[in-house]
Design a protein around this ligand. Structure first.
Ligand code: ANZ
Length: 861
């Protein structure tokens, strides 16, 4: 049988690669390196989804291509395997999270191998392996030594049902992102990392990274640098001052009241006796809310008067001091000067509580809104009057500094990173508590391994499950012999993924997280591909740790990931709906707002494409077509295993790259998979003939024609450029064009066939290896040199042909070689020549003599 049989081919080559360790990475320092990294997966219980192979195929193409271009390639994979799902499963079933994790990893590994990714499997890392988290703990100790890890009582998002603290991003509308359980605010002792100390560097160093601009912008916004001033307001008849942070010191003359966060340390001191009760009540009310809820712009403003007044230092006016939850305790100084004239929230608040409003920036005449937040000349502002915002800011800051009532100040939105969780399945902190003080476990005593517990359920009052492992918790300080207690919190899932790209470089090294010489060679990562959902947290946390490691001399680059690309999400298949109104199907564009229509789901077979719209087959009735996110509940999830079973891994890889630009969101189409599968079949038949019982190799030892060389080199040029530019879809089109052209040849010369197979190999490596071996090679083509482009072959070959009229040469024409035998084409062109036309005027052509590729002679009378 000579037909294309992915099932047998793919298995065979996967085994070959594994047995021969084909993709084992070597560090040959004389050659250039290419480090191409995937965001490693969380090995969930449901296995790979089709989104995984999208990014993973893209990086695999790059890895395979770069190897053939002579690079040392580092292309590793591993498992981000701590985390909540395995722990929740453990709580439910008693199965140790390690067991669940191991099973899931085995499944994921098989699935990735089944897709033929060229990972160096000897470098696999697993964040839950004590040999790995030993170094996560080691890095934590460096943070601790540098004062970048500290304990703090913090109001946290406490989820009693999950028994853990959640990060702000893990809470949606007061419920846990995972499971949707209620979340309350509660002060707790926590470990916090001082990422704010790196805010400026995290911001500045973004500029030099080759990352999507939108991702950089999200990080910039998250860091949220603002320049403004701190201003001190004396409290009337108290010996206190309230310091505020403002981005608009130029509006100082319009500060008509002040607001403290309910948690502000001066609240109790300044509150008058009459207001005490109300203030207490309000403090309790505010404590229930998360920062996110408190900041919602649309929410009704609430607050209470403290009974105290402050003095506006610019004009010595007395202004009332309020507390309100829209001022956050942990931002700026936890207190604001309120300027309703220029700030929307302040305006709403002032309106509601009848506080004075003074504009200090003149709005344009036609302005009809409330607070005016744009630029304009200062008014009602004494010596600032007439100045635009920027100049007014500079001037007032000078004035504040001269008068000792304030100074220029930079503020960041970025908060320190809440780094502890009350969970079992995470890295233990390498910390013991001696006499109530935290103390580092010695480097030599790492790892601090997770103890066994009988029950993974955290206690209802927030004690982590590790607290139950008393024999583990109670220990002695090896230095002093004193009784000590181990830290029972564990690290968040982010920890392991903050530095895994370093461990791949020297996974066995036992002196540091990464071997220094190897690190110098391999870092930074040249290409990092993963989902845009990681635009902020993972990528910011990893950059932070990397910079700390840089400061410790562990790594040699300031940034870990030089280039970053996000693959676009793959949606489910397009779904079609027709609209029915008054019992009649109407076009989607005829539906008007408020129309009472029935939506009728349509089968794909009822629909056809006309131009860029979908219509009901054989009609002009436009139907609605829409792709939705894949989800179990919608029932539109495509399982990669099924695709591989039906079409093979090469088809899945090829299809996911052919769907469209890598970074775009795209709907799945099973028809599309069939299409690329047909292409692979055609490519196969190109070399092995059609449906022969026996295998006939359809390649020749003939010299290639110029035309064949041109077709080949066009493919070489396009595929190479498109891989470099990550335009994998158009690279595949170029491969398809080659096969279409070559199908018209009688036999493919070996010197054309072999380079083509190499071009195909990064995309569809199994079939390429198989064809290559059938061409008579006994080794993998993984390290064959990539075909070189010869520009000269790209030029269209042309032939010069003389044109005679009655035997006399009247013109010479140049025609493309492949057209030189086309009588109509050549004669048409010949007759259009000016000098020929002249001799044809007023004559009749009696005979047209055409010698293909040689000469034209027109006999006229
Ligand atoms: C007076 C003012 C006038 C303000 C004006 C803005 C506009 P960003 O840019 O986000 O840093 N603010 C300061 N601390 C706050 C806190 N703890 N909770 C809530 N709001 C706080 O915003 C800084 C501005 O947010 C500050 O500048 C302050 O209001 C407010 F026309 O001061 B501004």
């Amino acid at each position: 049988m000579s037909s294309y049989d992915p099932a047998s081919i793919e298995k065979k080559w996967q085994e070959y690669w594994q047995e021969n360790k084909t993709f084992k990475t070597t560090t040959d320092k004389d050659r250039p390196k290419y480090y191409v990294l995937d965001m490693f997966p969380y090995p969930s219980g449901s296995g790979l989804h089709v989104g995984h192979p999208e990014g993973y195929t893209a990086t695999d193409i790059l890895a395979r291509y770069k190897r053939m271009k002579g690079f040392n390639v580092l292309h590793p994979i591993g498992w981000d395997a701590f985390g909540l799902p395995a722990e929740q499963y453990a709580v439910k079933t008693g199965t140790h999270p390690r067991k669940t994790t191991e099973n899931n990893i085995t499944r994921f590994r098989e699935q990735l191998q089944m897709l033929g990714f060229s990972y160096d499997w000897d470098r696999e890392v697993n964040t839950t392996d004590p040999d790995y988290y030993k170094w996560t703990q080691w890095i934590f100790l460096r943070l601790f030594e540098k004062g970048l890890a500290y304990e703090d009582e913090q109001p946290v998002n406490w989820c009693p049902e999950l028994g853990t603290v959640l990060a702000n991003e893990e809470v949606i509308d007061g419920k846990s992102e995972v499971g949707g359980y209620p979340v309350v605010r509660k002060p707790m002792r926590q470990w916090v990392l001082k990422i704010t100390e790196y805010a400026e560097r995290l911001l500045n160093d973004l500029d030099d990274l080759d990352w999507p601009e939108s991702t950089k912008e999200m990080q910039r916004n998250w860091i949220g640098k603002s320049i403004g001033a701190e201003i001190d307001f004396p409290v009337y008849e108290h010996n206190d001052e309230i310091r505020v942070f403002t981005t608009r010191p130029d509006t100082l003359f319009g500060a008509t009241y002040m607001v403290l966060a309910p948690e502000h340390h001066l609240v109790d001191e300044i509150t008058s006796d009459e207001q005490k009760e109300k203030v207490e009540e309000y403090k309790e009310y505010a404590a229930q809310k998360s920062d996110l809820e408190r900041q919602e712009l649309t929410k009704e403003k609430t607050g209470v008067f403290t009974g105290a007044y402050a003095i506006n230092p610019a004009n010595n006016k007395e202004i009332p001091i309020w507390i309100a939850d829209y001022v956050l305790a942990h931002y700026g100084t936890g207190a604001i000067m309120a300027v309703p004239g220029q700030d929307e929230r302040d305006w709403e608040f002032a309106e509601k509580f009848d506080l004075p409003i003074i504009r200090t920036v003149e709005p344009p005449e036609d302005f009809e809104g409330k607070a005016y937040t744009e630029d304009g000349p200062a008014i009602n502002s004494d010596f600032l009057n007439g100045l635009k915002i920027t100049d007014a800011k500079t001037k007032i800051i000078e004035w504040l500094e001269e008068n000792g009532v304030g100074k220029k100040s930079v503020n960041y939105k970025l908060r320190d990173w809440l780094f502890s969780r009350q969970r079992y399945w995470g890295e233990p902190f390498p910390i013991i508590h001696v006499d109530g003080e935290p103390k580092a476990v010695a480097d030599d005593d790492l790892p601090v391994e997770l103890p066994e517990v009988d029950n993974y359920q955290p206690t209802k009052d927030g004690e982590p499950p590790l607290a139950k492992a008393e024999h583990w918790v109670e220990t002695t300080d090896p230095e002093t012999g004193k009784k000590a207690l181990r830290e029972t919190n564990t690290m968040p899932q982010w920890a392991g993924s903050c530095w895994y790209y370093l461990r791949y470089i020297s996974p066995e090294f036992d002196g540091a997280p990464v071997e220094p010489e190897e690190e110098k060679y391999w870092m930074p990562v040249d290409m990092y591909v993963g989902g845009s959902e990681h635009s902020v947290l993972h990528l910011l946390y990893a950059r932070f740790w990397h910079k700390v490691l840089y400061d410790c001399g562990v790594v040699s680059t300031e940034e870990p990931f030089q280039r970053l690309v996000h693959q676009g999400m793959i949606l489910g298949e397009l779904e079609y709906t027709a609209y029915e109104k008054d019992g009649k199907i109407i076009s989607a564009d005829e539906v008007e707002e408020g129309d009472d229509v029935n939506r009728k789901p349509l089968d794909e077979s009822d629909v056809e494409k006309k131009g860029d719209r979908h219509v009901m087959k054989g009609t002009e009735i436009t139907v609605n077509s829409k792709a939705h996110k894949m989800s179990k509940s919608r029932g539109n999830v495509i399982n990669p295993d099924d695709v591989v079973d039906n079409y093979g891994a090469d088809s899945l890889r090829l299809y996911e790259m052919f769907m469209g630009p890598l970074e775009q969101v795209k709907p799945w189409s099973t028809k599309g998979v069939e299409g690329v599968n047909r292409f692979l079949n055609r490519a196969w038949r190109l070399f092995f003939g059609d449906n022969h019982e026996e295998e006939i190799l359809n390649i020749t030892d003939e010299e290639p024609s110029k035309e064949q060389l041109k077709v080949l080199h066009e493919a070489i040029q396009k595929v190479s450029e498109d891989i470099e530019g990550l335009r994998f879809n158009t690279a595949i089109s170029a491969l398809m064009i080659f096969v279409n052209e070559a199908n018209q040849w009688e036999g493919v010369p070996r010197s054309v066939a072999e380079p083509f197979v190499k071009l195909l190999s990064p995309f569809a490596p199994h079939i390429a290896e198989e064809i290559w071996s059938k061409f008579g090679h006994d080794e993998s083509l993984a390290y064959e040199p990539w075909p070189e482009l010869v520009e000269e072959y790209l030029k269209a070959e042309t032939i010069d042909m003389p044109v005679q009229v009655n035997g006399k040469v009247r013109a010479n024409i140049t025609v493309p070689a492949e057209k030189s035998k086309d009588k109509d084409f050549v004669l048409g062109l010949a007759k259009q020549q000016e000098n020929v036309e002249r001799y044809l005027d007023d004559t009749t052509i009696v005979k047209e003599i055409f010698v293909p590729g040689r000469i034209v002679n027109l006999v006229v009378k």
